[in-house]
Design a protein around this ligand. Structure first.
Ligand code: C5P
Length: 227
């Protein structure tokens, strides 16, 4: 399984994305395109970066009735995205439908968003218990539904790997260089720690996109995470 650094391209226009990518010259990082850029530019932005030779993680976090998700996944599969995701809360029936629609590629389940804390999960989403136990239980359902892995906090990787096996893919945001700004992320790890913990893919946004030298920041991530 390929360990890689995925850059979260949280831009609101194609111009900003292309201006950013041009700095990298011949280097073609794995890119995450999320709702902001996708809703601003539509599927054409995915076709454009795929045409330019980049791998794309399309982070749209689908959650709807199984039939709708299956058909939408077939559309995303036609865009040739390399990785995409659904909310595990959509149930195993929805995740199985997603797998049917998407085919064999890297299809990832979102467990609990890292912006949700335990109290909110208990009081508002009405799931009792410890958040880490819930995340592991969700991961098991994601695996049983035939998906490839989960998005999770690096701090949850160990328990998820124990429960779901080492080949079950973990994609982890919340990455910061030691001594760097945390922004709104609460539980963060360095690329080096994410490597030691056993993450398969790290998703890194602002430490690269907001850096004075994004290419150097990306190279530092790759060096620390992959070696
Ligand atoms: O800028 P930063 O490195 O915090 O960006 C992290 C990226 O990962 C953002 O695109 C964010 O939406 C995404 N993400 C996250 N936590 C999750 C799921 C996705 O930070 N649980």
């Amino acid at each position: 399984m390929g360990k890689d650094v995925i850059i979260a391209c949280d831009f609101d226009s194609k111009e900003k994305l292309i201006g950013f990518l041009d700095k990298f010259g011949d280097i073609k990082p794995f890119l995450k395109i999320g709702m902001e850029l996708f809703y601003a530019e539509g599927p054409e932005i995915v076709r454009e970066v795929k045409k330019r030779g980049y791998k794309v993680f399309l982070d749209l976090k689908l959650h709807d009735i199984p039939n709708t998700v299956k058909k939408s996944m077939a559309v995303l599969q036609n865009l040739n995205v390399d990785m995409t995701n659904v909310h595990a809360a959509g149930t195993s029936q929805m995740m199985k439908a997603a797998r049917e629609g998407f085919g064999d590629g890297l299809l990832i389940g979102v467990t609990q968003l890292t912006s949700t804390d335990e109290q909110t999960m208990n009081d508002e989403i009405l799931i009792p218990g410890k958040i880490e136990d819930v995340v592991v239980r969700y991961a098991q359902t994601v695996k049983a539904s035939g998906l490839s892995g989960v998005v999770c906090s690096p701090l949850e990787v160990k328990r998820i790997k124990e429960a779901c096996g080492k080949d079950f893919v973990t994609v982890t945001p919340g990455i910061r260089f030691s001594g760097g700004e945390k922004g709104d992320q609460k539980r963060v790890t360095t690329p080096e720690d994410a490597k030691l913990i056993g993450s398969d893919y790290i998703v890194v946004g602002r430490p690269i996109t907001q850096s004075d030298d994004p290419v150097a920041a990306y190279k530092r991530c790759v060096k620390e995470f992959i070696g």
